[in-house]
Design a protein around this ligand. Structure first.
Ligand SMILES: [Ca+2]
Ligand SMILES: [Ca+2]
Length: 222
C-alpha cells in the first residue's frame, strides 16, 4: 500500500513515523535514519519538478526527474535501460514513483540481497512483461549495449554470439528463453551474470557515495 498523506511540510515526527513504518517492510534494508534521509531527499526531488503542485504531491517522482537522478547519482546513461529501471521502481505502474516505491526500490537497488537484485535486473530486462526474456529481447538489449563500444565490421554478429553464450549458461530448463527461475539460479551460481544484459545497478563507488550521503544527517533541516 502506498503511504498516503501530505507530501509537503512534513513535520519531523511525521517523517519519523513514516520511516518507522517503511522499515518494517522485509524488503527494506535501511536504518530508520537512512529512510528519513531518503524521504527528505524524495521531498526535495519532487519539489524541483515542473508539473502541477497537486500532481507532484499526489503522485511523486516523474520519469524525467528519475532519469536525471540515475544519470547524476549513478552514472547510468543508457536510454533504453533508464526507462525500464523507472518501470521496475514504479510497482503500481502509475507513471510516478511514490514514497514507498522510492524507499523500497532504493533498498533493492543499493542494498538488496543477490536474489532481490537478480529479480530486479530480470524485471528490467523482461520488457514485454510476459515473464520470460526471449532470444530476441536479449539480442536487442545486447545490441544496444554493444553499439557504443564496438566498431566491428558486422555489428550484428557479436550480440548473436553473446545471446547463445548466455542461453547456454543461464537457460537451465533448456526451453530457449530465460524465466525468472533460470535467471536467479544462474546468478546464484555466478554473480557476474547479474547484469549480463546491461548495467542497471550502481557501481560500488557511486553506491558508497550515495549511502554516505543518506547516512550523513548533520546538515538536516526539516
Ligand atoms: Ca507508482
Ligand atoms: Ca528457460
Amino acid at each position: 500500500m502506498p503511504v498516503k498523506g501530505k507530501r509537503f511540510g512534513l513535520k519531523r515526527q511525521e517523517m519519523a513515523n513514516r520511516a518507522e513504518l517503511l522499515c518494517k517492510n522485509k524488503r527494506c534494508h535501511f536504518s530508520k535514519q537512512e529512510v528519513e534521509r531518503l524521504l527528505q531527499m524524495y521531498k526535495e526531488i519532487v519539489s524541483t519538478q515542473t508539473n502541477e503542485l497537486k500532481v507532484r504531491i499526489r503522485n511523486g517522482i516523474d520519469r524525467n526527474r528519475f532519469r536525471d537522478l540515475l544519470h547524476q547519482n549513478f552514472g547510468i546513461t543508457e536510454d533504453h535501460l533508464m526507462d525500464k529501471i523507472f518501470k521496475a521502481f514504479d510497482g503500481d505502474n502509475d507513471g510516478f514513483i511514490n514514497e514507498e516505491e522510492w524507499v523500497l526500490g532504493m533498498s533493492v537497488f543499493l542494498k538488496g540481497t543477490l536474489e532481490e537484485q537478480a529479480e530486479f535486473c530480470f524485471g528490467v530486462y523482461c520488457f514485454r512483461g510476459d515473464g520470460y526474456i526471449s532470444r530476441e529481447e536479449m539480442y536487442q538489449l545486447l545490441k544496444n549495449c554493444l553499439v557504443k563500444i564496438t566498431h566491428e565490421e558486422d555489428p550484428d554478429e557479436m550480440p548473436k554470439d553473446l545471446v547463445e553464450i548466455i542461453i547456454k549458461k543461464m537457460d537451465s530448463d533448456h526451453d530457449g528463453r530465460l524465466s525468472l527461475e533460470d535467471y536467479v539460479k544462474a546468478v546464484k551460481e555466478e554473480k557476474l551474470l547479474l547484469e549480463a544484459l546491461g548495467r542497471c545497478l550502481p557501481d560500488n563507488n557511486r553506491k558508497t557515495v550515495f549511502l554516505q550521503n543518506i547516512a550523513d544527517v548533520k546538515d538536516h533541516v526539516y
